[in-house]
Ligand binder design. Structure first.
Ligand SMILES: [Zn+2]
Length: 255
């Protein structure tokens, strides 16, 4: 049995049996981990109020060779996630950010870039950066780090500079010019420019000169299609957000 300790971002918390909770957390050095917080459901637990998804915490845990489930010894909150917990939109966005890491981060694999991406996105959200902007930046970068976000430079078909506009073909394998694409998602000049800027500017800089809502919507659709092609399924929280925004009862019962 070995004792480990790391700064972590909590991704998911759920109840296990009568008294315990299972916490999934992301570390830079060891990737994604799942651990049991014993007694966390008890009334006067030392974890009381600490197990908030997307909070940052110092976690210490025991590891036993073969077991994937570790045992949490202590957890000290260093940054709460209260800025996402006060309203429905914040809760949905939080679940969406966490979902990406649950899908894309690997267990026991160094994940410095993913950790930094989620951490800096949360810091920006905490100081009030526009949530839409932060969400678009974050989803582009998760896909970029996974190596699947299309280049906004040259056409996939003919290699010509994409200039002021592109099309994402139905197969979503990359961006093409209008001559090469045979239908697909139109990515106009403003959306394309945002994709390019996201590669060289941080969130604070993007927020000083934000794109229009319409351009952000196109970027959301672009990322969603690329992500769906890669994962072969949709993130559960993405569906819940769409349904909630459309005023439909969210289908939260599906596991
Ligand atoms: Zn072309």
């Amino acid at each position: 049995m070995s004792l480990q300790s790391a700064d972590a971002l909590l991704l998911d918390v759920f109840d296990l049996q009568e008294q315990d909770r299972i916490v999934t957390f992301l570390t830079a050095e060891r990737g994604k981990k799942r651990g049991v917080a014993r007694g966390a459901r008890r009334k006067h637990s030392r974890y009381a109020g600490q197990l908030q998804p997307l909070a940052r915490a110092r976690v210490t845990w025991f590891e036993r060779g073969s077991s994937e489930l570790v045992r949490i010894r202590s957890l000290e909150l260093s940054r709460p996630a209260t800025f996402l917990q006060g309203d429905l939109e914040g809760l949905l966005l939080g679940a969406y950010l966490a979902d990406h890491m649950l899908e894309f981060a690997q267990e026991n694999e160094a994940s410095h870039e993913l950790f930094r991406l989620l951490d800096t996105t949360l810091v920006a959200l905490a100081v009030g950066v526009d949530r839409d902007l932060a969400g678009r930046y974050y989803e582009i970068w998760v896909l970029r780090l996974a190596g699947v976000f299309p280049s906004a430079g040259e056409c996939l078909g003919c290699g010509r500079d994409l200039g002021g506009g592109a099309v994402l073909p139905a197969a979503a394998e990359g961006l093409a010019c209008r001559h090469c694409a045979d239908g697909g998602l139109e990515v106009g000049p403003e959306a394309l420019e945002f994709v390019r800027r996201s590669g060289r500017e941080n969130l604070e800089s993007l927020a000083r000169r934000p794109p229009s809502r319409a351009a952000l919507e196109v970027v959301a659709e672009l990322s969603a299609r690329v992500r769906r092609t890669f994962l072969q399924h949709e993130l559960k929280s993405f569906r819940v957000i769409r349904e909630t925004l459309a005023g439909l009862p969210p289908d939260v019962s599906v596991g």
